[in-house]
Design a protein around this ligand. Structure first.
Ligand SMILES: [Zn+2]
Length: 686
């Protein structure tokens, strides 16, 4: 395991701190640019993302380029010791481009072409759009390749959406022909089109899924989603081609959107040099901050795992409120530092914002920014941002360090697509992501580090592999899980696993299909409960886990037979009273648990608490953490940097046991115990 990674760009071996900077919105008042430079330094910001939506400012008419303003901004940044992340502008197009080449505009699933406007409104297949993107990207690369402030490429912005134009339909059919080796019968079989007489007799009959036509053939829907990801990756590769050629030493990223369902980020990640993502939690909202803190940690961990543990970038976050969520609540005092450093605790090497300065007009004018409409530094938010900047300057030793996890949770995009498409056992509240996040939450509360991976990742290095609702099992996965368990690993699976293959076709011969051997059970039926219904899982006396109580079973109860597995708990009520609710199968040197019922946090906390002791899982700190407090460690293999974080507004006391630490921000030695203020954070070196 690599514990120390090189900085994102070795030219700047420090935490990046800054934000999306749109000087082109202030082109009529360039004196603002000098004020920006003063304020950037004052706020301890060092890196700005420029040019994200600057296409029309850079190419006001086809083939006529205006780089003067960007030259000036890049030079000002350099003169002030500041750095730039340079974006390619394909996220939004000039009106002249749409007017002259309407094919670049996206077509919706009803076949209606969008009019010009908004952003992210383009076809990923259009040869014209691809050509125009490459031209502007080449110009940018040639012009700024040796610029002293230039650190990183930011490709487009938040890739997403899909296009159903004729070019995309044809590309989809070509993609299918490649996948099914030009054999329509193979496709018909994989998609099970004999159902409702949906068999295709010519490739030309195949169209993208649409509510007005075909959207009930699950294999079809799944392949379309795969195609959309592949086509987006292909568009991305077209964008980066000139950049790789002209600026081979400038790393490349594109900003992801957490668990955005439209793209399988695992397919895009290998083509990025560093992963970055935009994080916008709704703090102080309807859910408790500690629940949200755990869910956001889960997403940070995905981003770290997308490149096998390499530090990622928090590319966007808000310094205070957002403008697009239902309620734009302000971050309470302390939350800005806490949420920024939470990203660092989980492996981010940057803290960046959308946006540097509030725009004066249009839809983002009320989105949080470092510089408010007031225009000066005497604001609460500016002070919060400055505090983050000052803290990051003290964390150089943490840069490039790793997070060591002994636990992995599988959260798989294709599995999620298949689950969401399935009709039953509940149409609502299938809640795949939420389920993965509740399993994750049990570890978060204990301060046990977790990797969040997809099912194709290598999991042989972990002690514990958790795969909630592994409904789809792609070829080879069950065999790898078996080898993992035989070699001494512990595997946890739940209800509704091993149901379909990679084409969304049900496994025949008994569920959980290929997982039956490792789990030692057969699932005959699954009962879906109404919201008001409750059953109970009751643990047998002297069960090997040492669990005693009864736990609620809600929403989904799998009715299984223990074939080889030992039964640890049984259902209490209903016609399946006495049937297994939790089983353990010993295989080789390892163990495989099957949790047949959907459960609440109390069960998961107890269950994973037991497993954690059983497996002697490493905690960030060997102490009982108070409720709403969590801990994470980054390490270079020799030094450990402990982040203690309080996701509540109340003060919390933490016992440190016999260890003593150095507070990285104050230099103080801390032993015995410490207290965290509401939304407080401490970073300690051991
Ligand atoms: Zn298209």
């Amino acid at each position: 395991m690599q514990h120390k990674h090189t900085p994102i760009n070795p030219k700047f071996p420090h935490f990046m701190h800054g934000g999306d900077y749109n000087p082109d919105q202030w082109i009529r008042t360039p004196e603002i640019w000098d004020e920006d430079m003063r304020l950037m330094k004052l706020s301890h910001c060092n890196t700005m993302s420029v040019g994200i939506f600057s296409w029309v400012a850079l190419e006001p008419e086809e083939g006529r380029f205006e780089f003067g303003w960007l030259d000036e901004v890049m030079d000002k940044l350099a003169r002030n010791g500041l750095f730039a992340i340079l974006a390619t502008p394909s996220g939004a197009r000039p009106a002249w481009l749409s007017a002259k080449y309407p094919e670049v505009l996206r077509v919706d699933q009803n076949g209606i072409r969008n009019l010009h406007g908004k952003r992210h409104n383009h076809c990923f297949t259009s040869p014209v759009y691809r050509e125009k993107t490459q031209i502007i990207n080449r110009q940018l690369a040639l012009r700024y390749k040796d610029h002293p402030s230039f650190l990183l490429w930011h490709i487009s912005n938040e890739f997403g959406g899909e296009c159903h134009c004729e070019l995309c339909q044809e590309a989809f059919r070509e993609w299918l022909k490649r996948k099914y080796h030009n054999d329509l019968d193979k496709l018909n079989n994989a998609w099970w089109t004999g159902f409702w007489s949906h068999t295709y007799t010519d490739w030309q009959q195949i169209e993208s899924p649409t509510r007005r036509g075909e959207d009930l053939v699950h294999g079809h829907n799944l392949d379309w989603k795969r195609f959309v990801t592949d086509q987006t990756v292909d568009f991305f590769l077209n964008e980066v081609k000139p950049l790789r050629e002209i600026t081979p030493d400038i790393p490349i990223t594109t900003n992801f959107m957490g668990t955005y369902p439209g793209l399988n980020y695992w397919k895009l990640a290998p083509h990025c040099d560093v992963i970055s993502w935009d994080s916008y939690p709704t703090w102080h909202g309807e859910r408790r901050d500690c629940e949200l803190g755990s869910d956001i940690a889960f997403i940070h961990d995905i981003n770290r795992c997308l490149k096998n543990g390499k530090p990622f970038m928090l590319m966007e976050s808000t310094p205070s409120m957002t403008n697009w969520q239902p309620v734009a609540k302000l971050k309470r005092p302390g939350m800005h530092l806490l949420s920024s450093l939470q990203a660092v605790a989980h492996g981010s090497d940057t803290v960046q914002y959308f946006q540097w300065r509030k725009s004066r007009g249009s839809s983002e004018k009320f989105h949080g920014a470092v510089v408010d409409h007031a225009g000066h530094e005497n604001t609460r938010v500016f002070k919060d941002v400055t505090e983050v900047g000052k803290v990051l300057e003290k964390l150089d030793p943490v840069l490039g360090t790793a997070v060591d996890s002994e636990v992995a949770i599988i959260f798989d995009w294709e599995n999620r697509w298949a689950i969401e498409d399935a009709h039953g056992p509940r149409r609502e509240k299938k809640d795949y992501q939420l389920t993965c996040q509740s399993h994750y939450g049990a570890f978060w509360k204990m301060g046990v580090a977790v990797d969040v991976i997809d099912m194709d990742c290598d999991f042989s290095k972990y002690k514990l592999l958790v795969a909630p609702m592994l409904y789809m099992v792609r070829p080879g996965v069950a065999e790898r899980i078996e080898r993992f368990v035989e070699a001494g690993g512990t595997f946890v699976a739940t209800y509704w696993s091993g149901i379909v293959d990679e084409n969304d076709l049900c496994f025949l011969g008994g569920f959980p299909g290929p997982l039956r051997q490792v789990l030692g059970i057969w699932s005959e039926e699954i009962d879906a409960l109404y919201d008001k219904d409750v059953n109970y899982a009751v643990f047998n006396e002297n069960n090997t886990l040492g669990m005693k109580s009864a736990y609620e079973a809600k929403e989904l109860c799998d009715l299984v037979y223990a074939e080889k597995a030992e039964v640890l708990a049984v259902y209490r009520d209903d016609f399946y009273a006495g049937r297994p609710a939790l089983t353990l199968n010993i295989l080789g040197n390892g163990k495989a648990y099957y949790v047949a019922f959907r459960n609440n946090d109390i069960f998961l906390d107890d269950f994973y608490g037991k497993l954690s002791k059983d497996l002697n899982l490493k905690k960030a700190i060997e102490t009982e953490l108070p409720q709403a407090v969590t801990a994470q460690v980054r390490t270079d293999g020799r030094n450990a940097y402990l982040f203690l974080m309080n996701f509540s507004s109340e003060k919390k006391e933490i016992s440190l046991g016999n260890s003593s630490y150095t507070d990285m921000l104050t230099g103080e030695t801390i032993c015995d115990k410490l207290s965290l203020t509401g939304y407080g954070i401490k970073i300690l070196r051991s």
